[in-house]
Design a protein around this ligand. Structure first.
Ligand code: SF4
Ligand code: SF4
Length: 462
């Protein structure tokens, strides 16, 4: 095994021998897959994207209630200023991502396909775009809900997956005691490397964020789970660990979907979340490394979230990499900036396994967008489907040990209730492993999404 310093591309000098990490690699979950990872951008330093002439800043960028606009058309706004206030505890304020003029407040396309109300800011191109408004507060000795309420003011939402308001996710429900904060540095989706670069370049921010998060949720320890294909990230985090042993780095096998909440919790702690319960019921809260990095950077400064790091990659991108993107940047500007707009025929927000194909390049980058992938031909992602040959590959791939074969056959007959009642459809977390391995190219996960959506709509209508 080579010493870690030879594996690094971040300039970090370390005497840590990686063999000690790999020997300690923890056992992992069953099933899953090993897709082609295409993570070449993981070796490139983070760059800053220019400001678009106009930013489309949605009032809803997270799970929970949308923010309430507090600016009017024609008003000048300063970068970092609150332009929409939180609507209750399960909501977040929105900060101006750039200094400029509010040009309109109107609906814009969103990744859900629906139109979402947004504040349109015409950006002052001549402005240096420094952060102009901050609200630092004394955080000494604060814990629990008191600290969470100040954390809410910086507007950070989960940077991976469901985009929960971070402060709200950290507060344990009544009666739950959190013994472990899991920090997810797995980043198992192909193409995505923004978490990887954050771990390499902002390890100290991650440690500061973990300290605040532990003070809110009360966890006596934190474990950072990182896949073994990121040795430079493992080294950078290890070098930044606090000396009291309260935070550890655990190396986990590179396997998809290692970064899903269920699988990483099982890998690190051997605990399974009971059906229908939240991870807090087994003493765990999970946050992403990117989330921790932004909490650690912004909270001490009292600075609102105005930008995020996004992986921009895919075969249609001339200059792939990780970019700091102002929130509200429309995809057409982002793709133009990396030389992809003219060739991009299919654009996916997120990774190729769990991401969403978007219909309009006017869709803006929001707090939960970790990746923008551009493909040159629709044929890259679409294939002809054939009948099921009962090979069982989907069953062997499913990390939740469900039966995608049976669910797929029922979905084709629109027997959605049977899927839910007899085959635990609700347990499917839509990782896409079954679709990926299916030799008949049956779009199983898409069928399961349709089934869930149908059942949800029917329940709402009842
Ligand atoms: S998408 Fe659902 S059914 Fe398919 S492998 Fe993942 S968890 Fe299993
Ligand atoms: S992998 Fe595809 S073809 Fe094989 S059993 Fe599953 S659905 Fe059928």
């Amino acid at each position: 095994m080579r010493p870690i310093s030879e594996n690094l591309n971040c300039g970090l000098q370390s005497s840590i021998d990686m063999s000690s990490f790999f020997k300690k690699r923890v056992a992992t979950f069953e099933h899953g897959i090993h897709p082609d990872y295409h993570k070449e951008t993981g070796s490139l330093p983070i760059q800053r994207l220019p400001f678009a002439p106009k930013l489309y800043v949605p009032l809803s960028q997270h799970v929970g209630k949308p923010a309430i606009a507090i600016v009017r058309v024609g008003q000048e706004v300063l970068r970092g200023e609150v332009i929409a206030k939180a609507d209750g505890m399960f909501s977040l304020p929105i900060h101006a991502p750039a200094t400029g003029i509010v040009e309109a407040i109107l609906p814009v396309p969103s990744d859900s396909g629906a139109m979402e109300m947004a504040i349109i800011i015409r950006v002052y191109q001549a402005d240096g775009q420094e952060i102009r408004v901050r609200n630092p507060q004394n955080l000494d000795g604060l814990t629990g809900v008191a600290l969470a309420m100040i954390m809410q003011q910086i507007g950070v939402a989960g940077k991976g997956g469901a985009v929960f308001p971070t402060h709200a996710k950290l507060i344990p429900p009544n009666g739950c005691v959190i013994d472990t904060l899991i920090v997810n540095g797995s980043e198992c989706e192909p193409f995505l490397t923004c978490d990887h670069r954050i771990m390499v370049e902002r390890a100290q921010h991650i440690m500061t964020g973990i300290d605040f998060a532990r003070r809110v949720c009360g966890a006596p320890r934190a474990i950072i789970g990182v896949e073994d294909n990121k040795p430079d990230a493992i080294a950078a985090l290890t070098a930044a660990l606090p000396g009291d042993g309260s935070v550890t780095v655990k190396v986990v096998e590179t396997k998809y979907p290692q970064g899903a909440a269920e699988t990483l919790t099982y890998t690190l702690l051997g605990r399974e979340v009971p059906v229908g319960k939240r991870s807090s019921s087994i003493g765990v809260v999970m946050n992403n490394v990117m989330t921790m990095a932004y909490v650690g950077k912004l909270l001490p400064l009292g600075e609102g979230m105005t930008e995020r790091v996004v992986t921009v990659a895919g075969p249609a991108v001339d200059r792939p990499g990780n970019y700091i993107v102002p929130l509200g940047t429309p995809l057409h500007f982002l793709l133009d900036s990396v030389g992809a707009k003219s060739r991009a025929k299919e654009v996916i927000l997120g990774g190729p396994m769990m991401g969403i194909a978007i219909a309009s390049l006017d869709t803006p980058v929001t707090k939960g967008v970790c990746g923008v992938l551009a493909f040159g031909k629709k044929d890259d992602t679409e294939q002809r489907t054939y009948p099921c040959i009962h090979c069982g590959k989907c069953v062997k791939a499913c990390p939740k040990k469900l039966n995608p074969t049976q669910m797929g056959m029922l979905a084709a007959k629109r027997e959605y209730e049977l899927m839910a009642d007899q085959f635990f459809l609700a347990e499917c977390f839509e990782c896409g492993c079954c679709s990926y391995v299916c030799p008949s190219h049956i779009p199983l996960v898409q069928q399961f999404r349709v089934a869930k959506s149908f059942l949800k709509d029917r329940k709402t209508a009842a």
